[in-house]
Design a protein around this ligand. Structure first.
Ligand code: SAM
Length: 277
């Protein structure tokens, strides 16, 4: 196993002061990083996509677990530290400089299945999450997503019906995948500490309900949760056929979006999905 210098020393030697603009909050606790890298299960020999490696704390843990890591980082200052890490684990690390929001991840991974692990700034993490879980093609090439979020966002992803946290993100994450809150991470674990608590969400793809268009489901949840305090017969008026479809699938039009289960949303979308769409 490669003997690596402490992360704080790496940061100091490469002058990696945390940039607020890039949402940099680093993790240094190697035991914590090891526990995060273990969330997706045994990574030995597996392909991993890590977005935002920064100075490489999580990257080290992934490499030590035997993963073959592709890491996308947009901060050039981190590249020399990551190159050193690559030398310590020959043939295991590939670093791609760029904005993860603009790159084709499946293409980058050569069409091979991959696990995703990432500790990203909140806005980038949510945008990527929506992208990874969206689209008509399913199952995806990724085998799991293990992502750090603000705790409040993590709770929205795993929320159940009947709670105020339940909304579009929960339906998106749960209608054809299993999403669970894998670990809470205290703000003091980061340098510098962010204002709020964080949590790691772990998502694995599930079978896609037959005959349901992702686009139609998205349209329905956007309308329903866009006016979450209104009854469905009102909030779904803008989606042609949706109010009539409520009766077909046995959903009382007087209910509100918050009470509709993920399965009920999928059933509703199925009735409105034309075979060709
Ligand atoms: N993974 C490291 C850790 O846990 O200590 C760093 C985490 S820090 C919260 C987020 C990292 O993501 C930073 O290194 C930042 O430069 C990088 N980053 C931010 N936006 C990015 C983007 N759009 N594409 C790729 N990397 C990005």
């Amino acid at each position: 196993m490669a003997d690596l210098p402490p992360l704080r020393e790496v940061i100091a030697r490469h002058g990696l002061s945390a940039s607020k603009a890039l949402g940099q909050n680093f993790l240094f606790d190697e035991q914590l990083l090891e526990r995060i890298a273990a969330i997706p299960g045994d990574l030995a020999g597996r392909q991993v996509l890590e977005v935002g490696p920064g100075p490489g704390g999580l990257t080290r843990a992934l490499l030590r677990a035997g993963a073959r890591v592709t890491a996308i980082e947009m901060d050039k200052r981190c590249l020399p530290a990551l190159a050193e890490l690559g030398e310590a684990f020959p043939g295991q690390l590939r670093v791609v400089e760029g904005d993860a929001l603009k790159l084709d991840h499946a293409g980058l991974m050569g069409g091979e299945p991959f696990a995703v692990l990432s500790n990203l700034p909140y806005n980038v993490g949510t945008a990527l999450f929506v992208r990874w879980l969206g689209g008509e093609a399913w199952p995806p090439l990724w085998t799991s997503l293990t992502l750090m979020f603000q705790q409040e966002v993590a709770q929205r992803i795993v929320a159940q019906p009947g709670t105020s946290a339940y909304g579009r993100l929960a339906v998106l994450a749960q209608w054809r995948a299993q999403a669970k809150l894998a670990m809470k991470v205290h703000r003091s674990a980061f340098t510098p500490p962010p204002k709020v608590m964080s949590a790691i969400v772990h998502v694995e793809p599930d079978a896609m309900p037959a005959g349901v268009s992702a686009r139609m489901l998205e349209r329905l949840t956007e309308a329903a949760f866009g006016q979450r305090r209104k009854m469905l017969r009102q909030s779904l008026k803008g989606v042609p056929g949706a109010v009539d479809a409520l009766e077909v699938v046995g959903i009382d039009p007087q209910r509100r979006a918050e009470t509709v289960t993920v399965t009920e949303f999928a059933n509703l979308a199925r009735v409105l999905t034309r075979p060709s769409s």
